[in-house]
Design a protein. Sequence first.
Length: 180
Amino acid sequence: MYKFFVILISGVLILLPVAQLQAESCYALWHKRNLIFAQKGYCFSSSLGKQVFANYSCRTKNIRLTADEKLTVKQNIATEKKLRCNIPTNAGKTVLAIANQKYSFVFEDVSIEGIGRDSQGRWWIQAWTSPNNVGLDPAQSRESEQWFVIFNGSKWTLHGYGTGLGRSDCPSDIIWEAIF
């Protein structure tokens, strides 16, 4: 049985599957909450936090929030729990581990390009890895690779990888969000 949210916009009735609305809301809630921390100089330990808030100055793990900020954080956490968000914030480390198992050389860096959720509630991660080409002859250098991995809440699975792979190679029920 499917559950839908009904929204009326400018006289147009729109039905959104609950899973789609949750995918759109989860990352936005996570970002809004963690932006408060980033603006206070918080040093993130997760790969997603480090990537998304790389332009903010990391100064401390102990920050002081105003009463309004505490309330916003508390409300966001409550909504994230209600929606069962569980954003896979260490996806970057996982993608690197999967990539390095597939090849005999080492990928040095990963960039999460997108995160989405499918109708089954699984998280999909789109990422690019960069190999360490330092000191290699140009003929031996390796290209970056695009990766799609799935997180079902407890287990990671590789969907596919390659330079020609795209979102069109993934199931169509995934609602993707750009990482900002």
